[in-house]
Write a protein that binds this ligand. Structure first.
Ligand SMILES: [Zn+2]
Length: 296
C-alpha cells in the first residue's frame, strides 16, 4: 500500500483528505481521496502498490481488456469508440502536420486506435500491460503490442506523436513516464494525454459517485492546473486542450448506476448535456480533456 505524505505531482506537503470513494467495479472497497492545495491535484490515498493492484483489474466488466459488447453501456461504448477513433486519427494528423508519421500508443488496450492509425499509413508501436488485452489486440486488430516496461527500451527521439488515452491516471511511475515521453519524442513531437477532469460539471454533480474516480484503478484525478504543473516540471507545456464530448454522457450513465444501483439514462443524459453546455463556453469544464503537449 502507498500512503502519500506529499502531493504525487508537485511534492507539496499541503495535502488534505477530501472524501471516500467506493470501488463499484470490482472490490466494493472504500478509498480515501485527497487534494493538493498547492497545485489542485486530487489523488487516491493508500492505493495498492504496482505489484498488488492487479486483482483490482480482475473483472469481466473491465471493458478495455475484454472488448465485450454485451449490455447497453458496453454497446454504447463501442458505438462511441468508432466515432472517437476516427476523430483521434484526424487529431494526430492535425497536431503533427503529418499525413504519415511514427506514433507510440501507451496503454493501447485491444489496439483499435493503432489499427486505425496503421490503416492511415502511420508506423505504429503499442504498449500494453495486460496479457489478455495484448492477445486480443493480435486476434482482433492485428496489432502486436509490447509489455509496458518496454517503454524504457524504446528508441529516443524517434516518435512524432505519443498518445496516452485514459492511461496516465493508472500509472504508478507518473514522473518517470512523462520524462521518458519527452526523451522518446522528436524535437517538434507532440504528447497527447487524455484524462478525466474532476473539475467538470458532471464530476461536480455526482461528487463521490462520479464514475471516473474509479478507485483504486485511477490513482490520480487531474485538473487542468495540475496537468500543466506536471508537464511543466519535465520541460514540457500544454499548448491546447480539447474536450471529449461523449465522456460526459458515458460517465454520467455509469455514475447514475453507482449512485442509485440502477440505470437512469434520462437523468444521466441531462447531467451529461448540462456538463457539455458548460464546457461549450469553457473547455476546462469538460468531463474528459485531451491535453496537447509539446517541449518547451
Ligand atoms: Zn500538488
Amino acid at each position: 500500500m502507498i500512503h502519500y505524505n506529499q502531493c504525487p505531482v508537485c511534492k507539496s506537503s499541503d495535502i488534505q483528505y477530501a472524501f471516500k470513494a467506493k470501488d463499484y467495479t470490482v472490490s466494493g472497497e472504500l478509498f480515501p481521496v485527497w487534494d493538493c492545495k498547492a497545485c489542485s491535484f486530487r489523488f487516491t490515498q493508500d492505493v495498492p502498490a504496482q505489484d498488488t493492484i492487479g486483482r483490482y483489474y480482475q473483472s469481466d466488466n473491465y471493458i478495455s481488456h475484454s472488448d465485450t459488447q454485451e449490455g447497453l453501456i458496453n454497446k454504447l461504448y463501442h458505438r462511441i469508440r468508432k466515432i472517437t477513433i476516427s476523430s483521434k486519427t484526424k487529431l494526430l494528423a492535425s497536431v503533427s502536420g503529418l499525413s504519415k508519421g511514427k506514433v507510440l500508443d501507451i496503454g493501447c488496450g485491444t489496439g483499435a486506435f493503432l489499427h486505425s492509425m496503421k490503416q492511415a499509413g502511420w508506423e505504429i508501436t503499442g504498449l500494453e500491460p495486460d496479457d489478455t488485452a495484448r492477445k486480443n489486440a493480435e486476434t482482433l486488430h492485428h496489432v502486436f503490442p509490447r509489455p509496458s516496461h518496454d517503454l524504457f527500451q524504446l528508441e529516443k527521439g524517434h516518435y512524432d506523436v505519443i498518445t496516452m488515452w485514459h492511461v496516465l491516471e493508472h500509472v504508478h511511475q507518473l514522473h518517470e513516464y512523462i520524462t521518458q515521453c519527452n526523451l522518446l519524442l522528436k524535437e517538434n513531437g507532440t504528447l497527447i494525454i487524455a484524462v478525466p477532469n474532476y473539475t467538470s460539471g458532471d464530476a461536480n454533480s455526482y461528487r463521490e459517485y462520479w464514475a471516473a474516480y474509479d478507485v483504486p484503478r485511477h490513482l490520480y484525478h487531474f485538473s487542468p492546473t495540475s496537468m500543466k504543473t506536471l508537464v511543466g516540471m519535465h520541460g514540457m507545456k500544454v499548448v491546447k486542450m480539447k474536450p471529449m464530448w461523449f465522456d460526459s454522457f458515458y460517465v454520467s450513465m455509469l455514475s447514475e448506476q453507482c449512485k442509485k444501483g440502477k440505470a437512469n439514462n434520462i437523468k444521466a443524459g441531462s447531467i451529461g448535456l448540462l456538463s457539455n453546455l458548460k464546457a461549450l463556453f469553457n473547455t476546462e469544464k469538460c468531463s474528459s480533456l485531451i491535453y496537447i503537449i509539446r517541449k518547451k
